[in-house]
Design a protein around this ligand. Structure first.
Ligand code: AHM
Ligand code: MG
Length: 283
């Protein structure tokens, strides 16, 4: 797995350079979710594909920016599902963006995820990696090298609330849940990039990030294989929880299509218990 994490470090340096130097405009194409692709989405996807072509452990790649599966090495052990540049539409306003990687052994589904990683491209480049039975590890880049900073543990209760989705389309009990958190003193933190938003909650000790199903997008917006399951693993390894609207662990999701989405809630224990109460899924 260290080989894969080392490749992700090389990728991170290259994508960061592309963000800082390349055209921020649109390409001529759109992705499988029907979203227009930025030139940076296409470039980041290419950087990742090229990097993993040299890693024989990697059997298949599944990208948010590609329709199907890209087979790399027949004898490889892992399928890597990735979002090359999450939140890329924030690059032109100079907010932080990220890359997300889910590493699956066998069929790509929640229970087969064995490791995950994400990179934050902000004022500095940071990398978080997670493996089973370990706390997530934070690294920060300096002169092209990643230095280990610390292990990350969530507190039982936090102070931050990052509520995604269009409020106009929230159902009543979701609105009540979010309003109640603010009434309790939670502070709003939402940039529109799930990588920096979830990263902030992890590093500041806790809170909740939600992207619910809404009347316009009943299954939410965030994609299971590249976004939801990798972060669910991070949050569980950090001592928090990650559930869907039915109270099911996101780590149990089984997508029927690589680009399937899911409503999702990531947080420390107190806020997730409050969500279960509000959604009537407390068992
Ligand atoms: P992307 O993969 O097309 O960049 O979309 C994912 C992003 C997440 O980073 C973020 O949490 C969400 O979309 C924001 O959506 P919204 O603008 O609906 O709040
Ligand atoms: Mg994304």
């Amino acid at each position: 797995m260290q080989t894969i994490f080392n490749t992700i470090k090389e990728i991170a340096i290259k994508i960061d350079f592309a963000i800082k130097t390349e055209d921020l405009g649109y390409s001529d194409s759109s992705n499988s979710s029907g979203e227009e692709q930025l030139k940076l989405d296409v470039k980041s996807d290419y950087i990742i594909e090229e990097a993993f072509k040299d890693v024989s452990l990697v059997k298949d790649l599944i990208s948010e920016e590609k329709e199907g599966v890209l087979s790399l090495h027949k004898e490889g052990k892992y399928t890597i599902c990735y979002d090359p540049l999450d939140g890329s539409s924030l690059a032109d306003v100079n907010l932080s963006v990220g890359s997300i990687f889910g590493i699956y052994e066998g069929e790509p589904k929640g229970e087969n995820l064995v490791a995950s990683a994400y990179v934050v491209y902000g004022p500095r480049i940071e990398l978080m990696t997670a493996l089973k039975d370990e706390r997530p590890k934070l690294y920060r880049a300096q002169e092209g090298l990643f230095n280990f900073i610390r292990e990350v543990t969530l507190n039982e209760k936090g102070k931050l609330n990052a509520p995604g989705g269009t409020q106009q389309h929230w159902c009543d009990y979701h609105k009540t849940f979010i309003d109640d958190l603010f009434a309790e003193g939670y502070r709003l933190r939402y940039s529109g990039g799930m990588v920096p938003d979830l990263h902030q909650i992890l590093l500041k000790g806790g809170g909740i990030f939600s992207y619910p199903g809404t009347s316009d997008v009943p299954n939410g917006k965030l994609r299971q294989l590249f976004e939801v399951i990798p972060f669910a693993f991070m949050y569980e390894q950090a001592g928090g929880q990650a559930l869907n609207n039915k109270g099911l662990r996101l780590m149990e999701l089984v997508p029927s299509h690589p680009h399937d989405t899911s409503p999702c809630f990531f947080g420390s224990n107190y806020e997730i218990e409050a969500m279960k109460e509000a959604y009537g899924v407390k068992h």
